[in-house]
Design a protein around this ligand. Structure first.
Ligand SMILES: Nc1ncnc2c1ncn2[C@@H]1O[C@H](COP(=O)(O)OP(=O)(O)O)[C@@H](O)[C@H]1O
Ligand SMILES: [Mg+2]
Length: 112
């Protein structure tokens, strides 16, 4: 299993969620965050205005998926969240040791 952590522009959330369900992703976590990348937030445009502060609002997605789906998830997020403008976000992929569905006690592939 892989944990995919992605930061995206907030207005892309609905489109990315739809793309995820269309490729068979069954769950994700969504958090509103602030962050900065290589421009340190200084020159980024958000809702039409240049953001003159260090932290820019983003949405963080966390998805645990089977290892064989990870590439497709990454490609789909990249394609869907891309505007070509600065601040489109970043994706990190980590290994996951274990997953448990609390309701049933199912584990790993059965739990995601
Ligand atoms: N190295 C990093 N580690 C953790 N989060 C990061 C990193 N780089 C970027 N982010 C997150 O991704 C968001 C978008 O980054 P972005 O501006 O698109 O990256 P860059 O300017 O480096 O191309 C940031 O607001 C931050 O939340
Ligand atoms: Mg940036």
């Amino acid at each position: 299993m892989k944990l995919i952590i992605a930061t995206i522009k907030p207005f892309k959330l609905e489109e990315v969620r739809e793309a995820m369900t269309s490729i068979g992703v069954r769950g994700m976590m969504v958090t509103e965050i602030k962050g900065f990348g290589s421009q340190s937030g200084h020159t980024e445009i958000y809702r039409g205005a240049e953001y003159a502060v260090n932290f820019v609002p983003k949405v963080k997605l966390e998805l645990v998926v089977s290892a064989d789906m990870a590439d497709q998830v990454v490609e789909t997020i990249t394609k869907t969240a891309q505007t070509g403008k600065i601040g489109d976000g970043k994706i990190f992929v980590l290994d996951v040791q274990q997953a448990i569905r609390v309701r049933t006690g199912e584990t790993d592939a059965d739990a995601i």
